[in-house]
Design a protein around this ligand. Structure first.
Ligand SMILES: [Fe+2]
Ligand SMILES: [Fe+2]
Length: 195
C-alpha cells in the first residue's frame, strides 16, 4: 500500500474534505431514521447528542472547505449514501436492537474512515479538525457497542459477531466506491483549477 508522507496539495485536499463532508451527509439521514425508530427514550437522547456532533462536523468541514477556496457540497455519496440509509431503514421494524445493529454498521465505516484520514500527513489546522472528528466517531462507535452489549448483543455473541462481519463488508465496500469517487472528483478540481 502507498504510504503518503507529504500533505496533499490544494486539489487533493478539496477532494478529501469533500469526501468526508459527503460521509457526514450520509450519516445525518440515517441518524434521523434511527432516532425515529428507537423506543427507548434514553437511547434516543444519546443519538440526538451524536447527531449534533455530526452537524458540527458538517459546519466545521464546510468552513474549512470555504477557507481553502472550495464550495462545500450538501450531497450524500451516490450510491453508498442511499445504501447506508437503506441499511438503517431495514433495521427500523426490528426493535431497538435491530436499529442499533444497523447503526453500528454505519458508524464503523465513519470511525475507520476518519481514523485513516487523521493518520495521513496534513497541515496543523486540517490535522486538528480530522483528529477531533476521528475522536468523536470513535466515541460514537464505542457507545453503540456498549449499548448493544447491554442488550445482550455484544461482540462475543453470534448476532454481535455477524454484525461485525457485516459492518466490515458493508464499510469496506462503501470505502472502495467512495475512494473511486474521490479520485474522479480530484481530477475534476485539478482540471478546473488549471483552466
Ligand atoms: Fe461525523
Ligand atoms: Fe458518528
Amino acid at each position: 500500500m502507498l504510504v503518503e508522507r507529504t500533505a496533499p496539495d490544494a486539489a487533493a485536499l478539496q477532494a478529501e474534505l469533500t469526501d468526508l463532508l459527503q460521509l457526514e451527509h450520509d450519516a445525518l439521514p440515517a441518524y434521523s431514521v434511527a432516532i425515529m425508530a428507537l423506543h427507548d427514550a434514553r437511547l434516543r437522547e444519546e443519538l440526538r447528542a451524536h447527531r449534533a456532533d455530526h452537524e458540527r462536523h458538517v459546519e466545521d468541514l464546510s468552513a474549512l472547505i470555504r477557507a481553502r477556496g472550495g464550495i462545500p457540497l450538501r450531497l450524500p455519496h451516490m450510491p453508498t449514501g442511499l445504501f447506508k440509509l437503506a441499511v438503517q431503514a431495514a433495521g427500523a421494524p426490528g426493535g431497538d436492537r435491530a436499529v442499533l445493529l444497523a447503526f453500528v454498521s454505519n458508524e464503523w465505516q465513519s470511525q475507520e474512515k476518519y481514523a485513516r484520514h487523521a493518520a495521513r500527513p496534513h497541515d496543523p489546522e486540517v490535522a486538528a479538525l480530522l483528529r477531533r472528528h476521528a475522536d468523536d466517531e470513535a466515541r460514537h462507535y464505542a457507545w453503540a457497542l456498549d449499548a448493544l452489549e447491554a442488550m445482550g448483543c455484544g461482540t462475543g455473541t453470534p448476532v454481535g459477531r455477524m454484525t461485525k462481519a457485516f459492518a466490515r463488508f458493508h464499510g469496506s465496500t462503501a470505502d472502495a466506491v467512495e475512494a473511486a469517487g474521490r479520485v474522479a472528483l480530484e481530477t475534476v478540481v485539478r482540471t478546473l483549477r488549471a483552466a
